[in-house]
Design a protein around this ligand. Structure first.
Ligand code: FAD
Length: 418
């Protein structure tokens, strides 16, 4: 079978790998000149199995209201005239109901565990290099109220089979000595020793090279304008290059992995994907030799910021802004991230230019990705991975390759239309 994959981010490229491994002819179409240049470009770097809880939870509506209008708020809602934003937001509120949150958390945890197993197997087979660190993730709490809930969270994670332990301030410092300078602020932590971190862009690009060597065709610089349907099946992707020259690329099956842009492409076919962009920021510092920067990946639970060491760089990412498809970089939000880095790690010394970046998380209201079939028999989805696209990439790619191959998935997960 010839499978056409639309999009070469984390999800498109991992899907290409597993589909090629299953023996299919694979073509990937991407508008950028290389893989991973949009949302997979500069994310927080965490393989965070220990954070399956979605943003949509019973505490979220109150928090969003409290932060409304604050330019540096970790979660910012910018109301617009876009009815899709309002419809997504209403569905988000629905997903905040306790029963929905429990169901979404469990589905994400199962997929995340499966995904980590897939990543380990892939890594063993390919030996890809992407500044990987297997030092775990330390979730930090800065208020007694937040820390008081750590025990409950650890129990929930352990119930899913995720290793996680509540640790006091002293243990936090022995897990990550670079935290020594903010010891007075830390109430305690939750340590997940089996989590890891690494550069998602390097991973995506190295894996795309392996795919290419294995025979996957990458068609870069082509914008997908629409899907061509004949007799109830997709027969081609209608694309154009930068000169405006158009082409139709035909295949037997079509997999949509276009991140935040997935919903617009398939809407005319009758598929209503509940995906809306949630903008996030990252700041990347190249570290001077005398920096005391962390090696253990950190999640600052109070500010919703994560921090990962990528070789001689420190990536700090986070915040969420519901502001449509606007990708411009807001200096106030970057400054808030940088201030926090200075508070947590005053001994970090950057050298050279600081890299600021903003990306659009392809978010579903409950953060559960859309993996499965479309309304037409040969149309498939692997998209909507929101805050966890790096964590969930390999498991999602493996799962959708099986589904396209006609094998019923063994993983217990709400696959789309299966
Ligand atoms: C600030 C931030 C921090 C994050 N931190 C983490 C983290 O620590 N851990 C984690 O697990 N996840 C994290 N994420 C989430 C993760 O980065 C995303 O979920 C993931 O990158 C989504 O990958 P994707 O392949 O679905 O989308 P993308 O990477 O956006 O790929 C989609 C591709 O489709 C292409 N495309 C779109 N439209 C068209 C078209 N019409 N024609 C041709 N090509 C098209 C795009 O160019 C793009 O390359 C973070 C995200 C952000 C924004």
């Amino acid at each position: 079978m010839h499978v056409i994959i639309l999009g070469a981010g984390l999800t498109g490229v991992t899907s290409a790998w597993y589909l090629k491994q299953a023996g299919h002819a694979v073509t990937v179409i991407e508008r950028q000149p290389a893989a991973g240049l949009e949302t997979s470009y500069a994310n927080g770097g965490q393989i965070s199995v220990s954070h399956p809880e979605p943003w949509a939870n019973p505490g979220a509506p109150g928090q969003v209201l409290r932060w409304l209008g604050r330019e540096d708020a970790p979660l910012l809602f910018r109301p617009s005239l876009d009815w899709r934003q309002w419809s997504w937001s209403l569905r988000f509120l629905l997903e905040c109901l306790p029963g929905r949150t429990r169901r979404n958390t469990a589905a994400i945890a199962r997929l995340a565990l499966h995904s980590r197993d897939c990543l380990h197997a892939l890594q063993k087979e390919t030996g890809l290099e992407y500044d990987r660190l297997e030092k775990g993730i330390l979730h930090l709490f800065f208020s007694p109220r937040e820390f008081s809930q750590a025990g409950q969270r650890a129990a929930l994670l352990q119930g899913f089979g995720v290793r996680a332990e509540v640790v006091g301030t002293r243990d936090c410092l022995s897990i990550e000595p670079a935290l020594a300078h903010c010891r007075d602020k830390i109430q305690g932590g939750l340590y997940a020793p089996e989590d890891e971190s690494g550069d998602a862009l390097s991973f995506t690009q190295r894996l795309s090279e392996r795919c290419q060597q294995a025979g996957v065709a990458f068609r870069y610089g082509l914008r997908i304008e629409s899907l061509v349907v004949r007799r109830g099946a997709v027969v081609a992707a209608h694309v154009s290059d930068e000169t405006g020259a158009a082409e139709q690329i035909g295949g037997d099956a079509f997999l949509v992995a276009l991140g935040s842009h997935s919903a617009a492409l398939v809407r005319p076919l009758g598929d209503a994907l509940p995906i809306y962009p949630v903008k996030g920021y990252s700041v990347t510092l190249t570290l001077a030799a005398d920096s005391e920067a962390p090696y253990v990946s950190i999640t600052d639970e109070s500010r919703r910021i994560v921090c990962s060491r990528l070789g001689n760089r420190l990536r700090v990412a986070g915040t969420a802004e519901l502001a449509g498809f606007d990708e411009h970089i807001n200096p106030a939000r970057c400054a808030a991230i940088l201030r926090r880095v200075e508070e947590l790690f005053p001994q970090v010394r950057p050298t050279g230019e600081v890299e600021y970046w903003a990306g659009l998380r392809p978010a579903t209201p409950g953060n559960v990705p859309v993996i499965g079939r479309g309304s037409l028999g040969n149309l498939f989805f692997n998209t909507g991975h929101g805050t966890l696209g790096w964590t969930l990439a390999c498991g999602s790619g493996q799962a959708i390759a099986g589904i396209i191959d006609g094998q019923p998935p063994r993983l217990e997960f709400p696959f789309h239309n299966l």
